[in-house]
Design a protein around this ligand. Structure first.
Ligand code: NDP
Length: 403
């Protein structure tokens, strides 16, 4: 019997709850909690109607450690799956330490007042988690998450030495809205308006936001303009695979998206500095989030596919080799299965798989871990079973190589 507590009832939280319910042999008792109980109840009703499974719901403010501790003591889960926002990572880890409960999330910690994310804050829990005999699995969505599993799989089965890594993330879907973000707008906009960064010859190269771009041809999709961004899994990947001479992350954006974003930036709407408005302090980006469509409302008429993968170049048996491993996922198909669009689905399914591997003991070990530090094979096997089929090809490079 494995009780799990899911924190966060947005686009990703909903997919995690649906997929855990669909794997009721592992997840025998599920509770979904966020600050707004009605969001949790709506998802619970959908799960009852679609899959005939009952899940529990609760109201909690995960920023408040004492509230989290109280909820954990009441429900007594084995594992807390944190799919709220990055701001909640540390308070939830503190509550897990206090109650000796395993922890996992899909995004690394970010302080609310500074648009900056890095693993140092969470890696600092390593000794305390080890001593308490509990595990924290960090960043187990798609990217971060599956992309690190892909890289670890390449290292295990395809290379003696890996030299170049390109993570390529394409959303070729159409939700029919003029402007919307596919996951939490505040976190998404904070991420892409920061300077870009990539790893080359032992150091980070910083670039102007969105200043390096080129068309990359994605499987079943074709060429899409792709931009170099800094993405959190690069930090742990270059640490865990020190032979990498270069590691970059590319993401596609349509011209309409970029134009909207530029205008919003130019008029100050993406700022996280509070301004005085009608006698109260408001943060422009938080206000913008309130007027944009929520990620969990985009699914219904979403068409097209996502394609996310890793291309690695290196040496095997003295020969140069290129290996590309990826998944394509269809927005309309995921909506049919769990009422969620493919960006939420490609995050929520790996989170469920990580939780499953922890609970089955396959990935369970005390301490704080990133996904590439664990055996990739059982994860890939589950991706193929759980709706994210993995494909790969050898020595057929993507166009990123042609620079
Ligand atoms: P949403 O904005 O749709 O949902 C966030 C949820 O968190 C809401 O239900 C919100 O509900 C809840 N929440 C916010 N603050 C608190 C709090 N203090 N206590 C309890 N619950 C809280 O975001 P998404 O579902 O799109 O994204 C969720 C997470 O997934 C984010 O951290 C995002 O960065 C990550 N992500 C990871 C990806 C990956 O591939 N690794 C890709 C996409 C997203 P309420 O306000 O009612 O509390």
């Amino acid at each position: 019997m494995a009780k799990v507590l899911i924190i966060g009832a947005g686009g990703v939280g909903s997919v995690v709850a649906h997929k855990c319910a669909l794997n009721a042999d592992v997840f025998t008792d599920i509770m979904l909690a966020s600050r707004t109980l009605s969001k949790c109840d709506k998802i619970a009703a959908e799960i009852r109607e679609m899959h005939g499974v009952e899940i529990k719901t609760a109201k909690v403010d995960a920023d408040v450690v004492a509230e989290m501790v109280m909820l954990i003591k009441q429900f007594q889960p084995v594992l807390v799956i944190n799919v709220a926002l990055p701001y909640q990572d540390l308070p939830i880890m503190d509550a897990c330490l206090e109650t000796r409960t395993h922890y996992m999330d899909t995004a690394n910690y970010e302080p609310k007042e500074v648009a900056k994310f890095e693993y140092s804050w969470q890696w600092a829990y390593q000794e305390r988690f080890k001593e308490a005999g509990i595990m924290a699995l960090l960043g187990c969505g798609f990217d971060p998450g599956a992309t690190q599993v892909f890289t670890a799989y390449a290292a295990k089965h395809h290379f003696d030495e890996m030299h170049y890594l390109d993570i390529v993330d394409c959303n070729a879907g159409n939700h029919g809205k003029a402007f919307a973000t596919n996951f939490n707008p505040e976190i998404n906009i904070r991420e892409i308006t920061q300077p870009g960064r990539y790893w080359e010859n032992g150091e980070w190269i910083e670039i102007e936001p969105m200043s390096i771009h080129k068309p990359i041809s994605y499987p079943e999709i074709g060429p899409k303009e792709s931009y170099v961004l800094y993405h959190e899994e690069l930090e742990s990947l270059v640490k865990n695979f020190p032979t990498l001479k270069r590691a970059r992350f590319w993401m596609t954006f349509g011209q309409a998206y970029i134009t909207h974003l530029q205008v919003l930036e130019n008029v100050g709407m993406t700022s996280i500095k509070p301004i005085r408005f009608q006698g109260i302090d408001i943060v422009p980006l938080e206000f913008l989030k309130a007027v944009l469509p929520a990620p969990d409302t985009l699914g219904e008429n979403y068409t097209g596919q996502t394609s996310i993968g890793c291309q690695i170049k290196g040496i095997k048996d003295g020969q140069e080799k290129t290996y590309f491993i990826w998944n394509n996922c269809d927005h309309a198909e995921t909506y049919k299965e769990v009422r969620g669009q493919a960006v939420s689905y490609t995050t929520g399914v790996p989170a469920m798989i990580g939780a499953m591997l922890m609970l089955k003991g396959v990935w369970m070990q005390p301490g704080v871990w990133n996904c590439e530090q664990l055996d990739p094979d059982p994860f890939i096997e589950q991706m193929n079973k759980q709706g994210l089929p993995v494909q790969d090809q050898v020595n057929e490079p993507l166009s990123v190589e042609g620079e």
